[in-house]
Structures are given as C-alpha cells and as structure tokens.
Design a protein around this ligand. Structure first.
Ligand code: TRP
Length: 364
C-alpha cells in the first residue's frame, strides 16, 4: 500500500494501514493517558507509533516535544481543529511545542506564494490555535522558509541518508518539489532533537493518516543518524479525517460541506439541516418503526468524535436513535446546538487571540 500525501487521498482502510505500516492500534490506550482526550477515547485516533515514550516522559515530568505542521491553504474548519486540539492536549501534558508552517511545501506543491502563505498561517491558523488554547510559553511557531540556520542546513543534510529508490518506493511518483518537501518535513520532525534544541528527547507528531509516509521516512532516517545524533525515533499519532457535512471529505473548497470556525449560527443551522447526511429512515413512520443508523449519521458522528464528551449522554442518543424514538430532526437540533455553543465561545476567544499573535512568531 502506498499513500501519496500530496494527492488529497482519504485513506479509509485503517486495518490495512495498521498492518502494512506497522502502526500500533490505540484500542484501550486512552485509559493509560495522563489526561482524558475525546479523540483517543472515541477512536478518531486509531493508531500511533511509540506513544508510550511520550506518556512516560509526561508522567515522569521529563522533557518532550510536540511537533506538527500546517499547510497554509484554505479556511480553518472542524477538520483542522483536530490537530490544533492535539497540540493543546500535548502542551497540557507538558510538551514543548513546535509548529511548522509548511510554506515551502505549499509553494512547491500547491503554488501558494510565500507572502500569502504567511498571511493565511497567521490570520487563519495561528489565531485559531491560540483561541483553542495554545499557549505562547514553550511554543515555537516557525516557517519552513525562515527556520534557524541549523534547521536549514539539516534539511539538506538529511538527503544523504536516503536514496532515490527509497523515496520512490515510499512516495510513488516523484518530482524535485516533492523530494524537497519530504526532506524538509523530515527536518521539521527531527530538528527539535538537535543539540541546539537540547536534544535528544522524545517527540510526538500528531498527523492525519495521509502523512504516514513522512513519519516512516523520518523514523528510518532518525535510525540511520542515531550514531551521530543520538536521535530517539519520533513518536506519532494518526487520526481519521472528520467527515464533511455531506459525507466524504471536509474541504474548504466545498463550503456547504465544511463547518468553518467563523461560521454564524445561521450558517451552521442551514448546513446541518439541509445537507447533513442522515442515517434516518425516509419517512417518519418508517423511522419510528425501524429506527435510524447512528453509525453512518454525520450529526451523530460529530457528537461522538467532537461535541459530546459525556459517555452516558452519547450512549442514550445512540440507543434512542437506533430505536427510532429520537428523530433525525431532533438529532440535528442537538448537534446544531452543540456546534453553535462551541462556536459562540470560540469566536469570542478569537478576538482576544489576535492580540497575542506577536508572542508566538519567532524571529530568527
Ligand atoms: N505536510 C504537512 C501537511 O500537508 C505539513 C507539514 C510540514 C508537517 N511539516 C510537518 C506535518 C511536520 C507534520 C510534521 O499538512
């Protein structure tokens, strides 16, 4: 199985991913976490690599790092929120945070001008991260085009530790742009362990499944560099994508299928009422007789993976929907209420967040 991280794929065969990429299942891992987390608990995070190192570092109050990156394209929606929440989660566990703006990658692979990437990264992404709880203390928000000298050099040095054939077998079809992007990402992932950053130390990289090839390559290269750099193989968590309102992928390019963090209550209401894919039956009568299917119902999936942390409440909704006593319109109402109450609070925090931006941007 090959995953092309630049092709916009939605990887769905998680069992196969687990088998072929040597990903560890999360299963009951959430019970071992120092702090509860809804994405682990509800299985949105289905796999990981070496997360135990991170749990151990956190428990023993030893230094560790959370590093992830963002493609500065499109408006910030619920799908992007997952990564942001995970940054905050690991920060709360004690991680030092590195956030890479992949402006070089977005220029090379999506033709986004560097200046535009910078603006989007700050106004859309960073502002939302802060509003979602990311704190400036021990956080580095940096641009691939403007990292430290050691980071810049390191992104070239890593090329010595792979071969063209290996890259081809990991990524499939290659271009010079993809090679540079992949090696830059390897440098992103490994550079927190350089001496200048007080490495080596455990690093966790929360990512969507499409980023798996980069994680594998970074781990292989870390292993090959171990005698010179003493690297610890980076850990990672892998999450499924939040589905779009209509099912399929949530993407900024289809606004009626994406819930943006700037949406008004009316917009959310319309999107859910009009478009949310439902597991309910065709008629009221049929629904009451046969019951609905919560497992494929987008409103239910949103509650399960994001908005209803209370197991008892979620379970009641599940059972009631399945039995037919809870109607689709009622389930949608619950979901709309939850999303809108989150957004109201978030949009308030966003206004405050803007004032904090300067504390995050690191100037090299
Ligand atoms: N390639 C990532 C994406 O498409 C962005 C990214 C760049 C990244 N550097 C990273 C992700 C390091 C995780 C770790 O979204």
């Amino acid at each position: 199985m090959q995953i092309d991280p630049w092709s916009n794929v939605n990887v769905k065969d998680y069992d196969r991913v687990i088998k072929e990429f040597g990903v560890e299942k999360t299963e009951n891992l959430h019970k071992k976490l120092p702090l509860e987390n809804i994405y682990f608990k509800r299985g949105l995070i289905f796999g990981h690599k070496d997360l135990n190192k991170i749990i151990e570092a956190s428990t023993k109050k030893k230094p560790f790092v959370m590093l992830t990156g963002l493609m500065p394209s499109g408006r910030f929606h619920l799908g992007h929120k997952v990564v942001a929440d995970l940054m905050v989660y690991f920060q709360n566990l004690g991680a030092e945070c590195y956030v890479a703006v992949a402006d070089i990658e977005s220029f090379l692979t999506r033709n986004i001008p560097l200046e535009q990437a910078k603006k989007v990264a700050i106004e859309e992404y960073l502002t939302n991260y802060i509003a979602l709880g990311l704190k400036p203390k021990k956080t580095k928000f940096y641009f691939q085009s403007n990292g430290s000298k050691n980071y810049m050099n390191f992104s070239k040095i890593v090329s010595k530790k792979t071969t063209f054939n290996e890259l081809k077998s990991v990524y499939g079809d290659l271009t010079p742009e993809k090679i540079i992007s992949a090696l830059t990402q390897v440098a992103d992932i490994l550079h927190p362990q350089l001496k200048e950053n007080n490495g080596p130390k455990p690093v966790v990289v929360p990512v969507g499944t499409d980023q798996l090839p980069h994680i594998s390559l970074a781990r292989d290269i870390a292993y090959r560099m171990r005698s010179e750099y003493n690297f610890i193989l980076p850990s990672a968590t892998f999450h499924k994508l939040i589905p779009g309102v209509k099912g399929g992928k949530m993407a900024s390019s289809d606004p009626s299928s994406a819930i943006f963090l700037t949406d008004s209550p009316e917009e959310v209401t319309t999107k859910i009422k009009k478009y949310a894919f439902s597991g309910g039956q065709k008629s009221l009568k049929e629904h009451k007789e046969k019951g609905g299917n919560p497992d494929i119902d987008i409103s239910f999936i949103y509650l399960k993976t994001m908005f209803e942390p209370d197991d008892k409440k979620l379970n009641k909704i599940y059972q009631d929907y399945k039995s037919g006593s809870l109607l689709t319109s009622e389930l949608k109402e619950i979901t709309i209420e939850k999303i809108n109450s989150f957004l109201k609070d978030h949009q308030q925090k966003r206004k405050q967040a803007i004032k904090q931006i300067d504390k995050f941007i690191i100037k090299e």
